[in-house]
Write a protein that binds this ligand. Sequence first.
Ligand code: DP6
Length: 399
Amino acid sequence: NMQETSSQDVTMITCTAPVNIAVIKYWGKRHEELILPINSSLSVTLHQDQLKTTTTVACSRHFQEDRIWLNGKEEDINQPRIQSCLREIRRLARKRRSDEDLSNDISLAHRVHICSVNNFPTAAGLASSAAGYACLVYSLSRLFGVDGELSLVARQGSGSACRSMYGGFVQWKMGERQDGKDSLAEQVEPESHWPELRVLVLVVSAERKLVGSTSGMQTSVKTSKLLKHRADCVVPGRMEEMISAIQRRDFAAFGELTMKDSNQFHATCLDTYPPIFYLNDISQKVISLVHRYNQHYQDTRVTYTFDAGPNAVIYTLEDHVPEFIQVVRYFFPPETNGGEFVKGLPVGPASLSEDLKTAIGLEPVPKGISYIISTKVGPGPCVVEDPKLHLLNPEGLPK
Ligand code: DP6
């Protein structure tokens, strides 16, 4: 195997996995340990050139125990969700070996060392757990030579992680079974399907500590009747509508549904008791700005969505990116010193008409947005071929 590096009895492999941003949101579990959701969800996989997790996994008969390092710091390997992923991968590997008897494969009794880093700051407040668990599961599967439905394993690390196992447009079917075997991710369309689609992550400077998704959704399931109504009566129809909008590349339909679903998710947070607030005043200004921008053109050209934090994720088409970036720059004048305001995919120049400024008519908020990550739809997890990029040294310790 080309991608595996073996020296001094240490076998290692490095993989990368993407972030995904839901357009039909997952919020609420029907089973905590198995991570089974109360509704299906659908997301767009973002390109790994801008946002990714890289993970090296190594295994050796000399390792004394399983160990994990995340973003440079050793963490507790005994976290239940990490243990679920390790257990499920070892189970799949054992199953395959008893089926095929691959006697020269690496031993399942060997301990593993895991080292993982993100190419984006955790402070950016982007859900890194999805990319993190997807990368862990994908890397372990390559190390142990496992195939089978890996999204079932990633789901047990973090629900949204199952959608990061595929590129393009991905649905997580909630499933019906008690054992969760039918609660898995499926690609709706590949990343090549809609090449004009662009993604802008508007990183909002947040001070407060937010309620985490795991505990937030527990409180919502316990207390919000709106959440139950959403899961039972609203999401099933929206899943069909969203899949159809994507298949037809109908941006107006895709955009309107994305905004409505984000708004309904945040409405269920407000309906939770005690209520949960993820949007701040900057988020609300972004919402107004998007609606006034679309209103001006009498067309849904730009759409927003928000997860469990104040950052806005904007979907739009390539042609509208330069002007919309100018709009954001005008209404949220950035700090001029320090790094670039727009990171990632280059954005061309554009002018801003007085007409458009007047139509939007908001009071500018200096430094309301720290920076923008400009990206697009991307592929699923990949193996890194270059052994120089391993995060562990030949002894299996962080470089
Ligand atoms: C708002 O997948 O982070 O981003 O399953 O408890 O790990 P756990 O939760 P997580 O929740 C993501 C919630 C969301 C919506 C979404 O991504 O669908």
